[in-house]
Design a protein around this ligand. Sequence first.
Ligand SMILES: [Zn+2]
Length: 151
Amino acid sequence: MFYVSPAFTAAEQSALARAATRWNEIATEKFCTQVTNQIQERHWIYRIPYKGPAWQEISTRLKGADVLGVYYESGDRIGIIDGMNGGLFELVALHEFGHAHGLDHTAKHAIMYVGSGTVTDFTPIDLAECRRVLACVADESQQEEDSNGGH
Ligand SMILES: [Zn+2]
């Protein structure tokens, strides 16, 4: 379960729910989103005004990066900036949910690549990273390939 700040627009809240559903299709641990007025200490998704004080603080800490989202392992909290178009917002949500599942950044373009928006769906690189951290089970065709020597 992730609690969602009501500061997100209705469209953003829908995108967060869609991102959760997309992860639930591939990950073993399932989660859903729930909007609440009560600020949560844990599992909280909050909206960060772009270029505002909170955004600047995060950006400075990340050496001036143009931050679109942030994940805090302590508390399993996610911040997503406002003002993005719907498609990009959902990709950023997918990326941050990936961190919540324990995935690290990938070296090549993927949902878990450092820059969001390079791909629009999970890639084999994402799925491999998901299996590496045991958030996804190895699919049978992959296992068969491995046992045959693979490549
Ligand atoms: Zn990231």
